[in-house]
Design a binder for this molecule. Sequence first.
Ligand SMILES: [Ca+2]
Ligand SMILES: [Ca+2]
Ligand SMILES: [Ca+2]
Ligand SMILES: [Ca+2]
Length: 277
Amino acid sequence: MTSFPAGGAAGGGENATEPLDPLVLGPLLIWAIRFVDDFADDIMAAWAERRRMVAVVTATKAGPTGWAALEMTVLEETNNHWKTGAKQILAVGDVDGPLDTDDDGEIDTPGYPDLLVNDGQHLWLYYADPGGSAYLDAFRDPVLLAAGDGVSTGTNTLAKVTMAAPSDFNADGHADLAVRVDNAGSGLFLYDAINPDASTWPGQIDPTHRILIANNFGTNTVPMLTAAPDANNNGTFDLWTTTPNSGRLRFFADFTPDGPGAITVASEQFANYQALG
Ligand SMILES: [Ca+2]
Ligand SMILES: [Ca+2]
Ligand SMILES: [Ca+2]
Ligand SMILES: [Ca+2]
């Protein structure tokens, strides 16, 4: 090809615009034809799929079905420590963050809340994925925080404890853990160091970092308990508890190392509940 049709310069007999070089025009035509002949089906299908997805999103409101679909899982099956059942799974707060890496008082690495899984014999810490995936081992593998009776007292095992999330009870910037032993007469204990990476910390939950914060939290007085963790939003952690042989739900406000503050009746409608959380 050595000549091109005349362009817009009427009567001049010459192209007003310099024609494209055949070395450019040839590949340009080839790819233009490929988009029509080879890619058009995919492009049209992708456009139809986009319109379908937008329509679904527009027509679908959030609800229990959608929330249930966001199932937390693991990439490696060996990291699934709840597959044979779990005594308790607890959103404990952010154990490894947020971080002020240069110690200037400003947070540099935002926090992502983590999960504890008690399978009855082991207590595992699963780190949230900062990337936002539902894979609990995407960021790092779960870490064993305790085994056997490491969180309990005496000869009790992890199968006989109830955990609650008190947030940062001792205000040191790290999430803490409240534990009640599931027998009559147990106290309520607080573990003030559960981050296995903390510089002052040996790696597992340790009775030397446990304090008694309230008496009479055994199953005979408090069948079930859970933490909000700060339902009245004043910076100190609170607990909700059931009462034996009644539908009474009590609210224990504002725990300090000396125990709870005001105790109030929140409801009489909690008979026959199997779990609080
Ligand atoms: Ca900083
Ligand atoms: Ca975290
Ligand atoms: Ca703390
Ligand atoms: Ca409170």
